[in-house]
Design a protein around this ligand. Structure first.
Ligand SMILES: [Zn+2]
Length: 424
């Protein structure tokens, strides 16, 4: 006959189980970050003496005077400026043109997709270690080289940011190339998909998604033609079926108007946007990823000094007007030429000079690199702010970026999804 366990045994068992649970709780060490200054990307303000509690890669809690366990592992950033990981919404990590001597043909015929992937891996790590925990790689990556970089990062073979990725650029016949002879027709298909009507655009989008794209990039208004509103609308509709957004390389005029009215999420570059178009973008909620390159980068493209200065002034002016009108903006650089003695991240950060010349407040620039970029990328509920349940993408600077935005070059700590990538 079975005997019932006595009350004393039950109580002992309960105490034992409770102690196990408590020990387990203590052993479940959280990561604690003590932030002397913490950038609140929602308000653009710097908060003082904050604590971030991190568990399983995500933020458990963030605020002042938070209690934590003595067993937790503490990272002391009391003397630093702590920010959400930065985002660059326009990069081409696998691509490099020769300084002052660029050529698509030279690039396509001398660099394989595997070489391109190796460069991309190298550049991806530069961005991550420089504080950019998320990037949008927006085409020109040979035969889907970036798709393999993303896989390698996920497998832990290499270190890199979270990458939003477009696959091949979809454009009217010829992509962004010109002057290729008929014997070499389709040379550009190394990096572009020809799509000249809504059906071809839909097919191109499906192909890109199949090979790993999670954002759709079109080019319009190049020498090879521009898209009508119906073309853009078809792209937006097809992308939307799988929750993806459309972004378009376009400069201005009728092609930009079609992009805005067709419902694209963003305009890339937009160097020739007039005030009417900027107002239309504001009304429709279209983002501007301005890629406002400065003098040195224009020289790198082979421009003479007068043309380089003229283009820089045009960028500063358009950036000023877009800010004044209140167009949504996300930070993007678009540097594809390494300058002598500088790596890709260093040349990309030169773009900060243009933002400074346009007198955009540092707090706003940081927002375009965090919360606004996250909104454009569609990760506004998981990245871009340092709040409960967001990924712990966190960086720390030695200097105050609200005094000088170039302080983002003083990164000494990088955490991606709760894992420390750099600590000095
Ligand atoms: Zn670009």
């Amino acid at each position: 006959m079975k005997q019932k366990p006595s009350k004393a045994i039950l109580i002992n068992l309960l105490v034992f189980i409770s102690s196990l649970v408590f020990t387990e709780f203590l052993n479940a060490q959280n990561r604690i970050i003590k932030a002397g200054h913490l950038f609140d990307s929602r308000t653009g303000k710097m908060l003082i003496d904050q604590i971030i509690i991190i568990k399983d890669g995500k933020i458990l809690e963030s605020g002042s005077n938070l209690k934590y366990q003595s067993t937790d592992s503490v990272i002391d950033l009391s003397n630093s400026w702590v920010l959400p990981g930065l985002m660059d919404c326009h990069v081409h990590i696998t691509m490099n043109f020769n300084y002052k001597n660029w050529s698509y043909v030279q690039l396509y015929t001398t660099e394989s997709s595997s070489l391109r992937a190796l460069r991309g891996a190298y550049v991806a790590e530069q961005f991550l270690m420089g504080g950019f925990t998320t990037i949008k790689d927006i085409g020109n990556d040979a035969n889907y080289a970036t798709a393999d970089i993303i896989k390698a990062i996920k497998k832990g073979w290499i270190k890199g940011p979270t990458i939003y990725y477009s696959g091949k650029i979809i454009g009217p016949y010829g992509g962004q190339t010109s002057g290729i002879n008929i014997e070499n027709e389709h040379l550009w298909n190394f990096e572009y998909i020809d799509a000249d009507n809504p059906d071809e655009i839909r097919k191109a989008i499906r192909k890109n998604i199949y090979y790993g794209a999670n954002v759709i990039k079109l080019v319009s208004g190049q020498q090879d033609g521009y898209y009508d509103i119906e073309d853009i609308t078809a792209a937006v509709d097809e992308a939307k079926k799988s929750g993806k957004k459309v972004t378009v390389h376009v400069q201005g005029g009728i092609s930009a108007r079609n992009v805005i009215l067709g419902g694209a999420a963003a305009i890339e570059h937009g160097f020739e946007l007039d005030d009417d178009l900027l107002h239309l973008m504001k009304e429709k909620g279209t983002f501007l990823v301005g890629t406002d390159v400065g003098y040195d980068s224009n020289i790198a493209w082979g421009l003479d000094s007068i043309s380089a200065r003229t283009r820089e002034i045009r960028c500063i002016d358009r950036l000023k007007r877009a800010y004044k009108i209140g167009v949504k903006m996300a930070y993007g650089t678009d540097l594809v030429i390494d300058e002598p003695g500088m790596n890709r991240l260093q040349v990309s950060l030169k773009i900060l000079k243009t933002w400074k010349s346009a007198e955009i407040p540092p707090s706003y620039i940081l927002q375009t690199m965090t919360i606004y970029a996250a909104e454009l990328l569609g990760c506004e509920n998981s990245r871009g702010v340092l709040e409960k349940s967001y990924w712990a993408d966190i960086i720390a600077l030695k200097n105050n970026p609200l005094e000088d935005i170039e302080a983002i070059k003083s990164v000494h700590f990088v955490m991606k999804e709760g894992k420390v990538m750099r600590q000095e």
